[in-house]
Design a protein around this ligand. Sequence first.
Ligand SMILES: [Zn+2]
Ligand SMILES: [Zn+2]
Length: 358
Amino acid sequence: MKIILRLGVVIITLLIATSVLLRVPAVQDMMTSREIARRMSSISNDLFVDDALRAVLCGSAAPMPVAGRAAACVMVIAGGKFYIVDTGNRSNNNLALWRIPAKNVGAVLLTHFHSDHIGDLGEFNMMTWAQGRPSPLLVYGPKGVQQVVDGFSKAYALDSSYRTAHHGDAYLNPDKGRMIAKEVALNGSSATVLDDGSLKITMFAVDHAPISPAVGYRFDYKGRSVVVSGDTIKTAPVMRFSKDADVLFHESLAPHMVKQMEATAHATKNGQLEKIMFDIQDYHSSPIEAAEIANKANVKELVLYHLVPTPPNRIAEWVFMRGVNAVRANGVLLGVDGLTISLPIGSTEVVHGNMNDR
Ligand SMILES: [Zn+2]
Ligand SMILES: [Zn+2]
C-alpha cells in the first residue's frame, strides 16, 4: 500500500513538473525548433532513389466533399521524376504534406476539364515554383488545355508578381513560374505524350460523353506499367490500353448508392440535387464494371478511385463494393489518399504503402 502511495506521489510530481516545464519559453522554443526541423525534412526523397515505377494516390474522391480526401489525382514516379495525372481540388494539400520535392517535377497531365480534375492546378504551379522548381511547368492535355492553363495563369498573375517583387528574381523567377500548355492531338484513339527510351506515356481517348475530349494515360517504364482511366464509362479503349498492366487506377461510381441519394433528394424536394444525381449515372463506371475491365485486360491490380460517393466508413465501403467480389475476388483495392504502389524494375513484385503512415 505504501509503495503504491509513493508511486502515486512520484507520478503526480512528475506530471506537475512536466506541466511547469512545458510553459517555460526556452523549453517551448527547443521543442518548436525540433518539430520545425522534422516537418521541413523530406519524407519522400526515397521515392526517387531506387529504380521502380511508382504510383501514389493523391486524390481518391470526386466532387462530393469528404474529410481527409482530395478529388482526382494520381502521381506516377519514374526515372527520378513525378507526373501528376489531374490536379483535383485539395490534392495540392496532400502533395505539400508529403513534401514531394519540386525539383523532381516532370509534368501535369490532365484527363479532361471538370473542376474535380483541375481545381488545384494553380496552387500546384504556385507551390512548386515557390519551392524552387527549376523550369516552367508543362501541362499536357487534350484540346482545351490551353484555355485552362491561360485561365489559371491569369487568375494567379497578380500573386506571381507580388512574390517576385517581394523575394526577388533570383528566388522567384517569373519565367520558371510559368505554365506551358502542351495540347496533345490524338492520332486515332491514342497519342504518345513522351518517350525517352525508358519511360513512355501514352494518352488514349475514353468515353465520358457528353464531355469530350476525355482521355486516360498509360505509363510504361522498363517492363512495368500503370494506367489511369480518367472519367469514363466501361469502354473498350480502357480495356485495350490496360492490357497486362501491373496497376489500373479506374474511376468508379456506385449506381445503387447514387440512386439512393437521388431518391433522398426527391423525397426532400431538392430538385437541383435530384437532377444532378440522376444525370451523373450515365457517364461513369460502376465498381463491378471496373472489375470486369481489369479482368478482361489481365490487369494485376485494380485500384478504384474517383469514388462517387466516397464511402465515409467501413459499412459504406461494403455497400460501395457490393458485387465486386463475385467478379474479381483478388487484386482489387478501394483507393484511399496516400496509397502508394511500388513496382520494382526487374521483378513482378507489387509493394503497398501509404504516404500518410510516414
Ligand atoms: Zn468528369
Ligand atoms: Zn470527375
